[in-house]
Each structure stands twice: as C-alpha cells, then as structure tokens.
Design a protein around this ligand. Sequence first.
Ligand code: MN
Length: 245
Amino acid sequence: MESTMVITSLSRRQFLKGALAGSALFAAGFTGIPSMLHAMPLQPESSPFKLPPLPYADDALTPYISARTIGFHYGKHHQGYIDKINGLIQGTEFAKDPLEEIIRKTAGHPDNLAIFNNAAQAWNHAFYWKSMRPGGGGIPLGKVAQRIDVSFGSFENFTNEFTKAAATLFGSGWTWLVEDGKDLKIIQTNNADNPLRNRQKPLLTIDVWEHAYYLDYQNARNDYIAAFLDHLANWDFAAENLDRA
Ligand code: MN
C-alpha cells in the first residue's frame, strides 16, 4: 500500500515534467530535428554498414560501465559484428537491404544463421547503447510510466520482473521491454535473437552477455542489472520508441 502511494505521488510530479518534455519534443519536430522521433530503422542504409556513433563519450557511464568495457564492447565486439555482416552479405541477395530487413528475412532460416546472428547483434548493440544515458535510470516520466503502470501494476513490479528476467537468462542473450499490441512486456532472447521477428516493438534493452559486464562486475550480473535500472536506463529513448509508427 505504502509503495503504491509513493509511486502515485511521484507519478503526479512526473506527469508535469513529462508534459514539459513532451512539448519540447513536439517543438523539436517543427524545428528540423524530427529524426529523433522517426528513426526506427536505426541503420536504414544498406551495406557496407558502419559502426554507429556511440551516443556519449566512452567514459560517460562511469562508474557503472567503465571506459574499458565500452572500449572492448563497442570498439571490438560491436565493430566485429559490423565487419562480419558486411563480409557475409557481400554479393548475396541481402547486399542492398537495410539491417532490419536482413534480420526479418533471415530469422528462423538455419541456412542463413550466421547472417542473422551478425545482423541482429549489429542492430541489438546500436539499440543497447541508446538504451542507456549518463544520469539515467530511476522512474520514467509521462506516457512510459503510465503504460508500465497499466501493464505491470506498478513500477516496482516492473523492476522486479525485469530484474528477474535479466538475472535468470541462461547463458548469453538480452532482456527487453517491448510493446506487444496494447501491452508492454518483458521478454528474454537468447544469443543474437531480438523481438523484431515477433513483430514486437522494442522499447529498451539490456545486454546480459558476459562481455557486457564481466570487466566491471565479474560474475555479479545482479549488480550490473541494478546499475542499469537505477543509473543508466534511458527512458527518453523508450518514449521515442513508443511514439514510433
Ligand atoms: Mn554485447
């Protein structure tokens, strides 16, 4: 009861903040910066794909994610997926497709597993970097907060469910907040898999492959998940995704 009341009173304050943020975004749409709202193909161009710029400095997420982790994770792993997908699709029917099209066409086709894995990992990582920001985390604002309350009952329930999903994912993979029809859902995907193949709209993701947290947290995945939720989650990005067609 008590926690519900706390969240309700926070939501009321945040409604006002959210309304201000919303009008700022609305205004941005009329001043030539609409791409933030309509950038759903994160990488609309066809191959050769380029490593998308990191949305912040490599040390901007410290102390929760170190520059060293970013150096390997972004500079080596993400770059590696980009290099591999470019090599794999050269001269194939996929050479002119945007990344998301390649993912949709190859999902569930064992003959194209390597192409799917590398295309999906290239996409997932671009989405993951945007799912975090310096000074992020905590309770979301406005529409995202309302949708979470409707689908999970409370932000506290959401946090518990998200933490459990990310913590119990066996092996390598991802945990996502997605929009599925009228509901928001938390889903786990293994290895490179992502929600696009199920026509779910990704809103936010956490990478729970060991390479995402091992340098900073070793085997303490729970501490990494807590840091993501408390200090990193980019709820503005989740809201932008919710608004996308
Ligand atoms: Mn990763």
